[in-house]
Design a protein around this ligand. Structure first.
Ligand code: TXA
Ligand code: MG
Length: 330
């Protein structure tokens, strides 16, 4: 069975209400949605993605009136962030109400909430009349989908309907912020730059690289408040990828090597294929193109993908994070 692709929001909303799965565009990446309050629908999401049950899902809402149904208490900084950045590419982790199934949160006492800034996503959630649990619509660990054809190619047999919302304008997943001890912690850099969050609410703690274990059970037990999505290898192409700064003595002319580079002007000689993410070196444009370019290179049967790192500010932080995880050894 191949999934139907279309733009019928009413139909998609009906499928969600009936416990089915719908892939839909958001401003960040495509999500694979199901009714967050229906355990069977949520179980189907995990199955379709082959996603381990220790990795919790984000619950998508269309109106702040839904927050109190899902969350016990909203801290002052969380309220500030909602007012300032919702709808938008920001996910907030807060103490959950009992109505949220444990499967959604991987047994954690907290739930991740997000209000996406995409008119079709908003309309879909509103018409469905239920909060929508949605991870990115890719098989677990693989590249995230930012075009409808990515979803159809990768998950097309497991979804009841694919709602075509065009290309995702931001191109990297939402920024995830939690409040484990009351003060804000960056759990995943993403589409909303850290600088903007800090300008709104002051300093945000960052988790040092390596602080989160690669062993899932350890991650959950040892650091229950820390995002399991920080698991190392993730967002990865099939082709081995290394960043240019960790390059060993590789003669690119003897191998089929593809280059993923931020802007024009970097050394591109000898590569089999080159993807320039933004000629002028604009991080917003680079983010939009990131997963598309990585997919293109991954489809060329290359021996290796070499990637230039991004400046570590703005969206560059999220892009470096995705590169870092893509480069992890299997
Ligand atoms: O932009 C996005 O966030 C996309 C679109 C579809 O909304 N969704 C997405 O979902 O990227 P996913 O499942 O690929 O990533 C969810 C992230 C993971 O890092 C997960 O660990 C974290 O959110 N997360 C979810 N619930 C959590 C919780 N209760 N505590 C800590 N982290 C949580
Ligand atoms: Mg994902």
């Amino acid at each position: 069975m191949t999934s139907e692709v279309g733009t019928d929001i009413r139909k998609a909303a009906g499928i969600l209400r009936d416990g089915g799965l719908v892939a839909f565009a958001t401003e960040t990446v495509y999500g694979l949605g199901g009714n967050a309050l229906d355990v069977n629908a949520v179980a189907r999401i995990f199955e379709a993605k082959a996603r381990p049950k220790f990795d919790p899902l984000i619950v998508h809402i269309h109106d702040t009136s839904q927050v109190s149904e899902l969350v016990q208490t909203v801290s002052v900084p969380a309220t500030d962030l909602m007012e300032r950045f919702w709808p938008g590419p920001l996910t907030l982790v807060m103490p959950k109400q009992n109505v949220v199934p444990d499967l959604v949160t991987a047994g954690l006492p907290s739930v991740a909430l997000r209000m996406p800034a995409h008119p079709m996503a908003m309309e879909l959630i509103e018409q469905a009349g239920v909060p929508v649990a949605a991870p990115s619509a890719n098989p677990f660990g693989c590249l995230s989908p930012t075009r409808v054809e990515h979803v159809a190619d990768q998950l097309g047999n497991h979804i009841d309907y694919i709602l075509d919302g065009g290309a995702c304008p931001i191109g990297v997943e939402s920024t995830v912020v939690g409040f484990p001890d009351g003060s804000p912690v960056l759990l995943r850099p993403g589409g909303l730059p850290l600088e903007e969050i800090e300008a709104a609410i002051g300093p945000v703690q960052q988790i040092a690289k390596g602080e989160v274990s690669d062993n899932p059970s350890e991650t959950i037990e040892a650091t229950p408040q820390i995002s399991p999505g920080l698991l190392s290898r993730h967002y990865a192409p099939n082709t081995p990828l290394i960043t240019r700064d960790e390059e060993l003595e590789i003669d690119v002319s003897k191998l089929r090597v593809g280059l993923l580079t931020f802007k024009s002007g970097n050394d591109v000689i000898g590569f089999t294929a080159v993807e320039v993410l933004s000629e002028q070196g604009n991080l917003v444009e680079a983010a939009t193109n990131f997963f598309v370019a990585l997919r293109k290179l991954d489809n060329l049967s290359l021996d290796l993908i070499l990637a230039d790192r991004f400046p570590e500010y703005g969206l560059g932080r999220a892009l470096n994070d995705r590169l870092h995880r893509a480069a992890k050894k299997r």
